[in-house]
Design a protein around this ligand. Structure first.
Ligand SMILES: [Zn+2]
Length: 183
């Protein structure tokens, strides 16, 4: 009985339902990111995306310095526009993605930052994330370049719930002034 209680407690530690993403249309992308420039759209056609394996849609602008994330939380699509900075200098070191907890031995993450809503550009939040914003593929072992270091043994449901919870928290922090109760 005790074991069962503990198990229930653990499975509730991330209050996320793990719904995968429904296909998103170009028009929806335009309404999520009204200022999205034509040359920032994903290179891959939206029709070719395997939506069933995505917890969020993430892509890097072809120019390489911007990243975009779309996720469905509480039945609503949320978008995050990010700036990407890759540290190419210095010694490669072990780094972990803050969202999906994937560990890279060398270079595999990049610093992604986004401006806090209503701060007029004065305040931003940054996270080390998978450099291609492909956390969903990482936690499902669907991509191996750069290779995995320290693979995790927790199950996929736990990983997707943790990933969604991390992105939810990031969005809440970005909207701290809009939703003060969430800060
Ligand atoms: Zn990741």
């Amino acid at each position: 009985m005790k074991i069962r209680e503990r198990h229930e407690h653990e499975s509730n530690s991330y209050d996320e339902d793990g719904i995968s993403l429904q296909a998103i249309s170009t028009n929806e992308l335009r309404s999520i990111f009204p200022n999205l420039r034509k040359d920032d759209f994903p290179e891959q056609s939206l029709n070719e995306i395997d939506w069933g394996v995505l917890d969020y849609l993430g892509w890097i602008s072809p120019a390489g310095h911007k990243g975009f994330v779309v996720i469905n939380l509480d039945d609503r699509l949320h978008g995050i526009a990010l700036r990407r900075a890759i540290n190419r200098s210095g010694k490669p070191k072990t780094q972990m993605c803050s969202w999906c907890h994937h560990v890279y031995r060398g270079r595999g993450t990049a610093l992604f930052t986004s401006t806090v809503h209503g701060s007029h550009g004065r305040k931003s939040i940054g996270h080390q994330l998978c450099m291609n914003l492909d956390c969903s593929l990482r936690i499902r072992n669907l991509v191996s370049d750069p290779p995995t270091y320290l693979p995790e043994t927790v199950d996929l449901h736990y990983k997707t719930a943790r990933l969604r919870a991390a992105i939810r928290k990031f969005i809440q922090r970005l909207n701290a002034q809009k939703f003060p109760q969430m800060s």
